[in-house]
Design a protein. Structure first.
Length: 305
């Protein structure tokens, strides 16, 4: 038996329906029927009992299926492994993320990626805010989904996945906590808690030193991680700009997230080394895009018209 005929026979033995078998294998029903008849002539025995109402394996067909399945599965595994090796889709893919929403998408994409590419494992690690590209440059990450901007000559900035309105995190008793929205000009009145570690262009974008009108913005104590920043806000040491989405995941007593009405959004995109664009990286990007699209479609359907 040729490999294609074995595939047709085993699929029909599973489906017990010529139409579904043809659809699954992207063949015509006539091609499926011809293959089965050819094998029955060769063996001199019927493989299936079939009428207009049902299709059933004969005793001879049952035994043939039992004998063929182990070898066919071994062939499938060998071909799949060879394809993965040829395409560079083996080994370990190391993915970084920041924030809960980035991590959730990465985890969902990793499950789908490993199901499609079983010879490639995915390792997921959080990216520290104070050292956004250190692990990428050290070869400890292949790709990451983190905050923009990322103006680095040796790093590729890929597609944007999330774009969220910005909010100002203030103590619950702060005078701005009762406002419906705040303005960038309001930052002139209180110390701003910056993150230590990121490059200057990142700090200028997220933690400006002046308001749009040119008024200076005072600096509070710096923080290296999110938790430190929130503790400093709770202690009344300053205010902190963040994604408004953070209120969904990080709200706690004593904190208020007040939306900005005039600040640019907080965006999150993919980054990878310019010389590290491998088939694994490109395949994972494709999976991420597909997973995000599916998630957004589900959200739209749930929201209704």
């Amino acid at each position: 038996m040729e490999l294609r005929d074995i595939e047709i026979f085993l699929t029909l033995a599973e489906e017990l329906h010529f139409g579904r078998t043809a659809e699954r294998l992207h063949l015509t029903q006539a091609r499926v029927s011809q293959s089965i008849k050819k094998q029955e002539r060769r063996f001199g025995a019927a493989l299936f009992n079939r009428t207009n109402r049902y299709v059933q394996l004969t005793e001879f067909g049952e035994q043939l299926r039992t004998d063929l399945v182990p070898g066919y599965r071994l062939i499938q595994h060998s071909v799949s492994h060879a394809l993965a090796r040829g395409q560079g889709l083996t080994g370990m893919l190391r993915v970084g993320f920041s924030t809960v929403w980035c991590g959730r998408l990465v985890l969902e994409a990793a499950d789908a990626f490993q199901a499609e590419h079983p010879n490639c494992q995915v390792e997921i690690r959080e990216v520290p805010l104070h050292d956004r590209f250190g692990a990428l440059r050290a070869g400890q990450r292949d790709i990451q989904l983190t905050e923009l901007p990322g103006e680095e000559s040796d790093i590729v900035n890929g597609p944007v996945f999330f774009s969220h309105p910005r909010a100002l995190v203030v103590p619950a008793g702060h005078r701005l906590a009762a406002e419906k929205t705040v303005s960038l000009e309001d930052l002139a009145g209180q110390p701003l808690i910056p993150l230590s570690g990121p490059p200057q262009y990142f700090a200028d974008y997220h933690f400006p030193s002046h308001t749009p009108s040119g008024r200076p913005i005072a600096r509070g104590p710096s923080a290296m991680v999110w938790e430190d920043a929130m503790n400093l806000v709770l202690a009344g040491r300053g205010v902190f700009p963040a994604s408004a989405e953070a209120a969904t995941y990080y709200a706690r007593p004593g904190l208020a997230f007040v939306p900005f009405r005039d600040a640019p959004p907080v965006e999150y995109g993919l980054f990878w080394l310019a010389d590290g664009e491998s088939p694994k990286v490109q395949a994972f990007i494709k999976t991420l895009v597909e997973k995000l699209s599916a998630t957004e479609s589900q959200s739209r359907r749930a929201a209704g018209p």
